[in-house]
Write a protein that binds this ligand. Sequence first.
Ligand code: SF4
Length: 216
Amino acid sequence: MKSEIENLPAGRQGLKSKIALPVMEHFYTLQGEGYHQGKAAYFIRLGGCDVGCVWCDVKDSWDAERHPLLKIEDLILNISKTPSQIVVVTGGEPLMHDLDELTSVLQSAGLKTNIETSGAHPLSGKWNWICLSPKKFKAPLPEILPLANELKIVVFNKSDFDWAEKYAALVSPQCKLYLQPEWDNAAQMTPLIIDYIKANPKWELSLQIHKYIHVP
Ligand code: SF4
């Protein structure tokens, strides 16, 4: 009898890996934020984060040891049960882990690799898209700034506009710029963000549409 790996479509075979990562959850959904908003994507949420955002909506992710170690091989098997073309690696702070093996296997399987990171840890892995979302609580490492395809600033209060401009000046000219209201403050901050974008049209609005349409 063929193994599950052997039953995979051509191009997704031979992808066995012994490497395992702490996975809080993994699921197929729509990307709710930023440049790829609205696209189908398979999410891998890794455990572990030492950034400490006070408004973090995934605090359960912080302690990596609370989450089971999953083999990359098993993640690929699950992804292959969907027609997803994009895998978003998020957290927690995914760059607390060495992601070279994960992204190598995903790209070998013909999947696009996207990451959402605060940039506070050294970059590992090969990425088709880097969404950098720097946080005030632990600054991003300077070397990731020119590599970001997308800068996503979570706006919690008015002072965050000046802070956003500081990072906009440090990313590449091609980097897409997004302002996203912090979810619990969205009613107060969204009107201010709209006014700010109208005055500074290099920025675009990112909404967490997955929370409006009630998907994970
Ligand atoms: S970087 Fe992300 S996961 Fe970590 S504390 Fe901040 S919002 Fe939460």
